[in-house]
Design a protein around this ligand. Structure first.
Ligand SMILES: [Zn+2]
Length: 236
């Protein structure tokens, strides 16, 4: 029986994304790793497969235990994950977004962050690098603002079969962005080089496959996409 790790309840079945059949044919053809649109929503708490996978990765890797007493920056925070982090009682928990949707959020431009060096122990910045103008600059900011021994989690859609990222020289029209990048407001489609992009900042880490991090977790039971790896980086 499916079990939601976010609300910690068994559910009858995962609900599909309402537009599950509306994916760009190019994304399907390329095998873009993103959400599992057929096993998407939890009927109980409304979390999606990315939320569940992220929390599983954080829990099993031991990072969820490190939130206690830590200084945490959460950019574009997942609404279903935030309360789980708060419950771990971090010393500081800053939620940031380029376009804050709540008065509790700070305006944060991750390419130019107004935080001191070595300010954070953990930075979560998922599904952001495909939106920013310069992902290398954002990665340098993560490196700069992380304390030595700190962690960056940066889940990002990408195409494992693509050697280098696909990115036009100029911003393209929304309908073309949807076709080539998978979403109207994406500005690139990463390939396997996404890890190099983040590591160019000096951070160390990789894309760790589901099977390595969660070998004992059945993807149907936990409702997550087995082809989505764990994007985990550290500052030495
Ligand atoms: Zn749930």
């Amino acid at each position: 029986m499916p079990f939601c790790i976010v609300c910690e309840r068994e559910v009858d079945a995962w609900l599909p994304h309402p537009n599950a059949d509306a994916r760009s044919p190019l994304m399907v053809m390329m095998g873009t790793v993103g959400s599992d649109l057929q096993h998407y929503l939890c009927p109980n708490c409304g979390c999606n497969d990315r939320d569940r996978h992220l929390w599983l990765y954080l829990t099993v890797s031991g990072l969820a235990d490190r939130f206690a007493g830590a200084r945490v920056l959460h950019i574009a925070p997942e609404a279903k994950i935030s309360p789980l982090i708060v419950a771990r009682q971090p010393a500081e928990y800053i939620r940031g977004d380029l376009f804050p949707t709540s008065p509790e959020f700070l305006r944060v431009d991750c390419e130019r962050m107004e935080f001191a060096d070595e300010r954070f122990d953990i930075i979560l910045c998922n599904h952001v690098l495909e939106h920013v103008s310069n992902p290398e600059a954002a990665s340098r900011e993560f490196h700069r603002t992380l304390a030595p021994g700190g962690y960056l989690v940066a889940q990002t859609p990408y195409v494992p079969a693509l050697k280098f990222r696909l990115e036009f020289t100029d911003r393209i029209a929304p309908d073309r962005a949807r076709f080539f990048y998978g979403q109207e407001d994406h500005v690139r489609l990463f390939g396997r080089d996404v890890a190099d992009c983040i590591r160019s900042s000096g951070l160390e880490g990789d894309l760790f496959p589901h099977g390595h991090v969660l070998p004992d977790h059945d993807v149907d039971r936990y409702g997550c996409n087995p082809s989505e790896p764990f994007f985990l980086f550290t500052k030495k």
